[in-house]
Design a protein around this ligand. Structure first.
Ligand code: GLV
Ligand code: MN
Ligand code: MN
Length: 445
């Protein structure tokens, strides 16, 4: 997408005609919200009841009864906003509002699934914020040129089946029928869960979005990091989203008596895995930059106080904006793991389980978000996203942009995750203004 001079002029007209120019207002006057912040807070609070944990926050995995119940609530909200609702073959939820011209769809939304013991803002803000934008357009009797679609992606977190951005990955054509037989811990497959969601697994690829069908993609999301709060900046303009690779590793040693096996005769899988974890950390820290690496859990067998661990299962995850750096770090980690195996008399095997390419946001989308925030009197900061998002799957199909709002203490994937209602409202208003700007600017030629 490129800004044509005519598009720049049009964006000025759009902002002015909608009364969106902050600088047109006397300075004492508060900026005028088009979205209804109380309604948005109310729907977010109601959504937080689905899968609520005693310590706060939710566990609402993608493809679960809890998510199914939450989506019924969201379908109701979409219908109240006048959207024409459909579910695709992967279980992604779409709500459509017609445009005035025959143009591809301008898509925006997020996800309502959470991690295990997650919070109430990750995904929910962008999902219900998108529906709130539709209400605001309806209340202003505004017609957009592009058809608009609100999307609620399924299983963004991938805590179920271990595939992050699963629904959007299927829609982008990156994932296909090869995932259907993947099983969860209850022995249910992706295909089983699709049937529970009313879909026919044989038609999974019908969920693919055709090339050319999308004009652009926008997503509002909490930052999930500390930068905006620390800088006291209400709106983040995302420059790019990190790529991620994950491996599932198994260290195999020998389970033996913890009392009678001398220290030099042991094949302790946990000792090796613990050293592997530290090796991951050392490699990731060895070069400058924002790259990160994590071993999120270890499953130790047999797991008894008086038995040397014979088998340990653990994942390794690496993230960076530069895909080549991820590969370079992985090469170093593998060398270290081999050395540790030798020293511990253990065998460690790792297989690739997830691979999401980094994605840069579209420069014109960035400019539109900046302009939208400015028209509402809000300062912006450019920053990368260390969390992955469905938006990076959409990058394969269309130009995309992301709006971030602050996360208190930079905490996310935790019941302590919090974004102030003012920041949530600001984000939704900037999404509303960005949708109008992008709608006016795209497909002008
Ligand atoms: C998803 O939120 C991720 O970044 O893992
Ligand atoms: Mn998210
Ligand atoms: Mn998340």
């Amino acid at each position: 997408m490129k800004f044509e001079p005519v598009a720049v002029a049009i964006s000025g007209i759009v902002l002015a005609s909608l009364g969106l120019f902050a600088q047109d207002r006397p300075t004492a006057e508060a900026p005028k919200f088009h979205i209804n912040s109380q309604r948005l807070q109310g729907t977010l609070e109601k959504l937080s009841e689905f899968g609520r944990n005693p310590e706060g926050g939710v566990t609402r995995l993608g493809y679960s009864d809890t998510e199914l119940a939450a989506r019924e609530y969201v379908i109701g909200l979409m219908k109240q906003a006048g959207l024409e609702v459909r579910t695709d073959a992967a279980g992604n939820l779409f709500g459509r509002r017609a445009g005035s011209e025959k143009l591809p769809v301008l898509l925006f939304g997020s996800h309502i699934d959470s991690v295990v013991k997650g919070g109430n803002f990750d995904g929910d803000v962008g999902s219900l914020g998108a529906i709130e934008v539709i209400h605001a357009l309806n209340e202003g009797s505004l017609k957009t040129r592009h058809p608009l679609e609100v999307v609620i992606w399924i299983n963004e977190e991938g805590n179920h089946f271990g595939i992050t951005t699963m629904g959007s990955g299927i829609a982008a054509g990156v994932l296909g029928p090869e995932i259907l037989e993947r099983k969860d811990e209850q022995g249910l497959s992706v295909a089983d869960w699709l049937r529970r969601y009313g879909q026919d697994p044989a038609h999974l690829t019908d969920a693919r979005i055709a090339r050319g069908a999308l004009a652009g993609y926008l997503e509002l999301h909490i930052e999930q990091g500390p930068n905006l709060e620390a800088a006291k900046i209400p709106i983040g303009v995302v420059q790019g989203i990190v790529g991620l690779k994950r491996w599932g590793c198994v260290a195999t040693g020998f389970a033996n008596h913890a009392g009678s096996t001398p220290m030099d005769r042991r094949k302790d899988a946990l000792a090796a895995a613990a050293r592997d974890l530290l090796a991951v950390r050392d490699v990731v820290r060895a070069e400058p930059g924002r790259q990160v690496g994590t071993v999120g859990y270890m499953k130790v067998e047999p797991g008894a106080v008086n038995v040397i661990p014979g088998r340990v299962e653990f994942p390794i995850e690496l993230r960076d904006l530069d895909a080549a750096k991820i590969d370079r770090m992985w090469d170093h980690i593998q060398e270290k793991l081999k050395q540790i195996d030798k020293e511990e008399n253990v065998e460690t095997r790792c297989t690739a389980i997830d691979d999401i390419a980094p994605a840069r946001t579209d420069l014109s989308m960035q400019a539109a978000i900046r302009e939208a925030a400015k028209s509402f009197g809000l300062a912006t900061m450019d920053l990368p996203s260390g969390a992955v998002h469905d938006a990076q799957q959409m990058a394969k199909l269309a130009p995309f942009g992301m709006i971030f709002v602050p996360s208190r203490d930079g905490i996310s994937h935790s019941p302590k995750e919090f974004t102030s209602w003012q920041d949530v409202a600001n984000g939704a208003e900037v999404l509303y203004r960005s949708v109008l700007l992008v709608d006016s600017q795209l497909d002008r030629r």
